[in-house]
Design a protein around this ligand. Sequence first.
Ligand code: SF4
Ligand code: FES
Length: 308
Amino acid sequence: MVEASNTTVTLQVHRFAPRAERAERARGGSPFARKSSPFGGGSESASRRRPRGKQWVQEYTIPARPEDTILDCLLAIKRTIDPTLAFRYSCGHGMCGSDAVSINGTPTLLCTASIRDWAKQPGALPQVDDEGFRHIGEDESDGGASDDGASLGVIELAPLPGFPPQRDLIADIDPMLNQIRKLTPYLEADGVLATTEEGKVNAFEYLQHPEQLAKYETLSNCIACGVCEGSCPVFAGGDAFIGPAALIWSSRFINDSRDAKTMERMDAIDTADGVAACQSVRACSRHCPRGIDVGEEMWQIVAKVRER
Ligand code: SF4
Ligand code: FES
């Protein structure tokens, strides 16, 4: 919660309001459009990638302290200045992954990003000219900074890259969730569940050694926030590459000694849009909020699939 402060911060928010017919398309659109596509299902994904609507950048200058999070600032704006501003969040503590956006061009979570870490003096932020080119360090204006030095700086916010925007800072992350779902993100253990005399399931445990748990424990911390996918230059919507998050989820079960579908899971990612599409750029590792070295894990799973 942003409290009274004698310092301010300016948020430059890239806003987007979809055209009304997009909602119609999202409900199913024309059945003819879908059937006539020669690229099997392409019409829906194409419409996801080309959202139409009004785009503009809106500036909000509000009182803020260096320790406030950017989510605090957005909530204050929504409550007191502009209730139309749209963004997504849930836990507020880096646990749910619902609030990934681009902050100063870097994919990360709103709720763990502080003003202190992200506010820049205006000249340090890329300025976008009328033709869409970005220039750094050419802004001569004070960007709203007051003469007494009370401005903490400017922060640029945009929806998570790599996904189609839905409204303002909300991106449509369904492509990532669908890719994860396709790879059966749940344990498929061997064995038959015993039943009691009353016919109820008699739950039992699969025991593991600490070394077996260590092989996938970090991977199980993934919260499907999409930050790694937004950082990956190959993902870009998921048509050519199922993406690092889906591979992390697959790797989590491949490395689980209790899972009985290891070979099937490796087959599922041994495809042109699976491990073969990873170019080892390793941009996915830089900002994982759960501390997963995504690039290294990608490397390990690629090697494992190739060596089998
Ligand atoms: S691996 Fe990290 S950055 Fe990628 S979706 Fe999972 S938690 Fe987010
Ligand atoms: S709101 Fe849940 S991770 Fe940020």
